[in-house]
Design a protein around this ligand. Structure first.
Ligand SMILES: [Fe+2]
Ligand SMILES: [Fe+2]
Length: 146
């Protein structure tokens, strides 16, 4: 799998989680979705920072910093709290902006590495996902594409 395919797949997954959390009023479902969002975004940010970004992309690091602050806030409030929805909305918008920017600005740069190196980087990132989650990263090319 290429690095960009792996990340795009994770972007799609987290966007779908945000759509689901906005749609449900059920407190337990919101707590579950929050947990999934926290886990996914934490690992996603980690593999991007440790492997994908190199040290060129300070703006992306700053956006990750804000995402982490919001994840921390969200961990500490009840899903029934009024601010839950507001924070989730801000986080969702930030993540969407950030993911779009990565795909638009950083992926074309990554493509310059060439397929073989992208493949190798993708393998390293997949191994890191597996180490962090205990689950294999899904191979690219399966499931939804855009
Ligand atoms: Fe990111
Ligand atoms: Fe990303």
């Amino acid at each position: 799998m290429t690095a960009t395919n792996l990340l795009k797949k994770q972007h799609q997954e987290v966007k779908s989680l945000f759509r689901r959390v906005q749609k449900t009023e059920d407190t337990e479902a919101r707590h579950d979705l929050r947990k999934e969002i926290i886990n996914n975004l934490t690992v996603h940010a980690k593999i991007e920072e440790e492997i994908f970004y190199l040290d060129l992309v300070l703006e992306a690091y700053e956006e990750h910093h804000v995402v982490k602050l919001l994840l921390e806030d969200l961990s500490n409030i009840d899903a029934a709290d009024k601010t839950f929805t507001a924070k989730m909305t801000v986080l969702g918008e930030l993540v969407e902006h950030h993911a779009d920017e990565e795909e638009k600005d950083m992926f074309p740069l990554a493509q310059k590495l060439g397929e073989a190196q992208l493949e190798a980087v993708g393998e390293r990132m997949a191994a890191r996902v597996e180490a962090l989650t205990g689950q294999a990263a899904e191979p690219a090319g399966r499931g939804r594409r855009r």
